[in-house]
Design a protein around this ligand. Structure first.
Ligand code: ARG
Length: 661
């Protein structure tokens, strides 16, 4: 149990005793939290205020009564009551020191106990659509999903990762159409994925071109005409005599003019988009030659799903190189999955899902489509289209059925960007109606990665290198930084090979850490400069902190394993030393927070704070030159615990450390 959990349990007991056995009083124990400032102790219990309200008693009086009932002398100094009724808890130095000493030999777990009641989690993350360039959003999903997977596993839960690869969607209709009309055998033989990407981009552009030119632009033109006629009608109307009416009339005109301006702007924007698509003026000619490409692509997808032999053979030919390409990215990121059952895996189950939903009266026909209507949801959840086609939604329902049968999870987590929140709300509601009401469904939503211009980040446009190029550039830049730092030393210490290894870890680590350190629900700007900075809350800084702590052992000629096994004890005399010790013990609390909210940034925050506490410890407390041998050993033990906590924490986030950089 973490210290926080232990304190909450003690406070809960006191609260219930105070409320004469009323168990509900225990809920206020959740208001025990780590203190924001050292002068308020290590933890603060703010439960006297709400409990006072409930009991109709002054909070300070309630606080005193809580303290009176609190049995905590083995952990804390005498609690202090401050302000309106805050209870400040300061851990006993001896307690902290003993706990650290006990954690020290526990090389892997650092004293973090496994949860008492493990749950089973299925995690659905990464899940790119193959044959379509993977984008940074998929990296974000991969990185956040992997971190959650590792943390859940580490704290003792049963975890199953399943990469729900999009290997069956409309993009195949595009590629198949592209192949049939523009395919280049020789290019495919030489480099399959770039050829498929080319076809995807080409067909996608043509479909988009038609949608713009034949639908969106005419619609915008109609809107402009409507607004124009409204403005001229209003202008031609006689001006009312009454001043108040006159004012209203003027307001109506200016409103209509505003709408007209908006409509014109929208028209111009669409027109600009269209011109951009046609920038090399080939698109128009091709689009003209393929006037019904939009429907044709859908027809190719439908034929594939209906088992058309040609399309199925093409799909079977295209899929393996696409999967191999994705695997390369995973290898580079150091991410593996327990399963990767793509959408196609569920193909045969879809009709059954729809049958069952119909049978249970959940799916109803509406305009020829089969829909599940959900309370409080504007749009229905469509499970089968008018033309008989199944959808993303149908596959996701089949996937839930399979996962529940196969793994009986307590929770299924979907790490997918925020744009799909409507889909997941509907999916979860439908699944519950369908009978899966005993499982926690969570959409672990995340924000958009933005470019410098504040628009969704794109890998250098037009290049098919995409993601691997992104990773390459991070590593390249890391190499420059690592080399410059090393060259600036009186005596550089890294060989060329070492620099390369460090750069790979720092570069990939930087990208991952930036994804993880931001609150996942917010958007953030992708910036190599920021993520590779050697100071601040970055991977490079954390990796450097780790290397700096570790280097002490080499310098002092100390074997940490021997030290851990020795009878050396820990003392916490200096405030910076004590603060570091307490922070080390709070590792498990950070992990609990990550699990509680499914937010890896609680762990990056924690590690950053720990590195800061180490810095001030290091500035204030000589280690190798400590006054006495026992003090030196005590401090070395703290260094060792710090290093391992940093390494373990980063490792749970999928980030490798280096001994020297
Ligand atoms: N393939 C989808 C996309 O790239 C994400 C799939 C997420 N997982 C799921 N079970 N729907 O947008």
């Amino acid at each position: 149990m973490s210290i926080l959990a232990e304190l909450r349990a003690r406070v809960a007991t006191a609260l219930v005793a105070l409320a004469e056995g009323d168990q509900s009083a225990a809920e206020f124990a959740a208001m025990v939290l780590p203190s924001q400032e050292a002068k308020f102790g290590d933890y603060q219990a703010n439960c006297a205020m709400p409990l006072g309200k409930r009991l109709g008693k002054p909070p300070r009086e309630v606080a005193a009564a809580i303290v009176d009932k609190l049995r905590i002398t083995d952990l804390c100094e005498t609690p202090e009551i401050a302000g309106p009724g805050f209870i400040n808890l300061k851990l006993k130095d001896a307690f902290v020191a003993d706990k650290l000493k006990a954690a020290s030999p526990d090389v892997d777990r650092l004293g973090v106990a496994a949860v008492a009641s493990p749950r089973t989690f299925v995690l659905d993350y990464s899940s790119p659509n193959v044959a379509k360039p993977m984008h940074v959003g998929h990296i974000r999903s991969t990185v956040i999903g992997d971190a959650l997977y590792q943390v859940l596993k580490f704290v003792g839960h049963r975890t199953i990762s399943d990469n729900h690869i999009g290997d069956w969607g409309t993009q195949f209709g595009m590629i198949i159409y592209g192949w049939k009309h523009f395919g280049d055998e020789a290019a495919f033989a030489k480099a399959p994925v770039p050829e498929l990407t080319r076809l995807y981009r080409l067909v996608n552009t043509l479909v988009e071109y038609h949608a713009l030119r034949d639908e969106a632009l005419p619609a915008a033109a109609t809107r402009v005409a409507e607004c124009e006629s409204r403005v001229s009608q209003l202008e031609l109307a006689p001006t009312p005599a009454d001043p108040a009416e006159q004012k209203k009339h003027a307001k109506r005109i200016s409103q209509a003019e505003g709408q007209l301006a908006d409509a014109r702007r929208e028209y111009r924007e669409l027109e600009a988009k269209l011109n951009q698509l046609d920038s090399d003026s080939k698109t128009r000619a091709l689009a003209d030659a393929h006037p019904t490409i939009g429907q044709a692509v859908l027809a190719e997808t439908a034929a594939l799903h209906a088992g058309d032999a040609t399309n199925k053979a093409l799909w079977q030919r295209f899929l393996p190189p696409c999967l191999a390409e994705i695997d390369e990215t995973y290898q580079r990121l150091g991410v593996t999955f327990d399963h990767a059952l793509g959408e196609s895996f569920y193909e045969d189950a879809l009709a059954g899902v729809v049958e069952d939903l119909k049978l249970k009266g959940l799916a109803k026909s509406s305009d020829g489509a089969l829909c599940v209507f959900l309370a409080g949801q504007e749009a229905p959840f469509i499970v089968q289209k008018k033309d008989g086609a199944f959808l993303y939604a149908t596959t996701d329902l089949a996937t839930i059925e399979y996962r529940m049968r196969q793994w009986r999870p307590d929770a299924i987590l979907y790490v997918v960007d925020h744009r799909q929140s409507f889909h997941f709300d509907s999916l979860f509601a439908t699944a519950r109606l369908w009978g899966y009401d005993n499982v926690e469904f969570q959409h672990i939503s995340f924000g958009t990665v933005l470019g410098d211009d504040g628009k969704p980040f794109k890998t250098r446009s037009g290049s098919s290198v995409g993601l691997s190029g992104l990773l390459d550039e991070a590593v390249e830049r890391a190499l420059a930084i690592v080399s410059a730092n090393d060259d600036a030393r009186p005596e550089p210490m890294l060989s060329a090979d070492e620099r390369q290894i460090v750069a790979e870890r720092v570069g990939i680590g930087a990208i991952k850490y930036a994804d993880l350190a931001h609150n996942r629900t917010s958007d953030y700007k992708f910036s190599y400069d920021k993520m590779l900075a050697m100071t601040g809350n970055t991977a490079a800084y954390m990796q450097y902190s780790y290397a700096r702590v570790s280097s002490i052992f080499g310098k002092g000629g100390v074997d940490p394993a021997q030290l851990r096994a020795s009878s050396a004890t820990i003392t916490l005399d200096h405030p910076a030393e004590r603060a570091l010790g307490v922070a080390i013990l709070q590792f498990s609390e950070a992990l609990d927070r990550v699990v509680g909210d499914y937010r890896p940034n609680y762990l990056t925050d924690y590690l950053y704070d720990l590195a800061g506490k180490y810095s001030s410890f290091f500035e204030n407390c000589p280690v190798l030159k400590a006054e006495t041998e026992p003090l030196r050993n005590s401090r070395l033990l703290l260094c060792d615990l710090t290093a391992r906590t940093l390494a373990r924490g980063l490792n749970l986030l999928g980030i490798d450390v280096v001994e020297r950089m």
